[in-house]
Design a protein around this ligand. Structure first.
Ligand code: APR
Length: 240
């Protein structure tokens, strides 16, 4: 059966083979800190220099990594897909963006970074988001407000992910939901599969190994994303 309304969720596993560390694997630590202890509003209030250094290093590391075959396969799909296709990523890297910049996505395509983006900054007073490529100081002045400071445009633990209404609407009419490279450990993303099932969608998990939510999916495809993602989407029938 050809599908028309597609929602794909990606996590750190889709960028792992590009050299971007995952969160809960053996490399899920930074300078001995758990990510969860650095990526919080409390940590930023307590030690802005530590938090800014954490994100400065990750932002700088982006110039050393490239999109992989999984990012390119999803970009090709975005160019070919005739129906609605929402790509929701939990990743804050720009690897989907760079792969998509090499194609012309169809009119029904949209990319959402639900946990924010390393290459953007936000004014702490006005909330205005701007592109940001270099380092950010602990007390980086905001160009948008005299009392504002710039913070990473990253959704921290305890903060609400972005575009949740838009994501909910897409899941409510999805006929195919595919989750790629995520451990199913963090909500609300880990609950998207239930919303898709409720909508009657076919649900597929593509991951290195079964995630915490594997039993919620109707199908599972396991192996490295650079092999499983191109293979799965090359066989997927396209809507007319
Ligand atoms: N190919 C496919 N999957 C892989 C690969 C690979 N090469 N390498 C690792 N994985 C899988 C792991 O098996 C794991 O299930 O990717 C998943 C990565 O899980 P996490 O490290 O928990 O990352 P993620 O699920 O994206 O974390 C969600 O948690 O810390 C927060 O905000 C952060 O967005 C992040 C969120």
């Amino acid at each position: 059966m050809a599908h028309r309304n597609l929602v794909i969720l990606t996590g750190a596993g889709v960028s792992a083979e590009s050299g971007v560390p995952t969160f809960r694997g053996a490399d899920g630590l930074w300078e001995g800190h758990r990510f969860e202890n650095v990526a919080t509003p409390q940590a930023f209030a307590r030690d802005p220099a530590l938090v800014q250094r954490f994100y400065n290093l990750r932002r700088a590391a982006l110039s050393t990594v490239q999109p992989n075959a999984a990012h390119h396969a999803l970009a090709r799909l975005a160019a070919e897909w005739k129906g609605d296709f929402l790509l929701v990523t939990q990743n804050v890297d720009d690897l989907h963006d760079r792969a998509l910049a090499e194609v012309t996505p169809g009119p029904g395509f949209e990319l959402i970074h639900m946990h924010g983006e390393l290459l953007k900054a936000r004014c702490t007073v006005s909330g205005v988001v701007s592109k940001w490529r270099g380092d950010m100081a602990a007390d980086e002045p905001s160009p948008d407000h005299p009392e504002g400071r710039m913070r990473p445009h990253i959704v921290w633990f305890g903060e609400m992910p972005l575009s949740m209404d838009r994501i909910g609407r897409a899941l409510a009419k999805a006929d195919l939901f595919v989750s790629i490279g995520t451990s199913g450990a963090v909500y609300p993303a880990a609950g998207f599969v239930q919303e898709a099932r409720f909508a009657g969608a076919r649900t597929v998990e593509i991951n290195l190994e079964p995630s915490l939510g594997a039993s919620l999916f109707s199908e599972g495809v396991y192996g490295p994303a650079t092999e499983t993602v191109p293979a799965f989407f090359e066989t997927l029938s396209r809507p007319a």
